[in-house]
Design a protein around this ligand. Sequence first.
Ligand code: 5GP
Ligand code: ZN
Length: 134
Amino acid sequence: MNDCIFCKIVAGEIPSYKVYEDYDVLAFLDITQTTPGHTLVVPKEHSKNVLAMTEEQAKTLFAKVPAIARAVKEKTGATGMNILQNNEEIAGQTVFHTHVHLIPRYDTADGLKIEFTNNMDKFDLAELAEKIRF
Ligand code: 5GP
Ligand code: ZN
């Protein structure tokens, strides 16, 4: 896509700090470095996000994530990693070319804090599952 910043990075039109590249995917350092080694894995073929991907496009991208994630973890000396992926503006997506965040974790004050609210009491889980099941 002409105006897509990650397509431009894939094409080499915008510089990036690459950490892995093959025929299908590119991994490069996220400019913000939430924690040291924060990496983005992107498919070379443009898609908007996971919600817009075909099964084949998803296989191509996600098959590469474990090996890249292991390399980032091992080479940064991190002890864990959050693997995050935002879809649409409400979910925090700011670049509309599918990407997977690899965020190495070092300690509880390393720059990333994720908390899941427990709303179990507020919803009927059987009803929700019935609504979603396909
Ligand atoms: P999102 O918010 O869509 O999940 O993540 C987009 C990410 O892309 C952000 O973490 C942001 O720092 C990163 N980003 C945006 N523009 C650039 C860029 O030009 N180069 C690099 N390396 N990262 C970028
Ligand atoms: Zn793109």
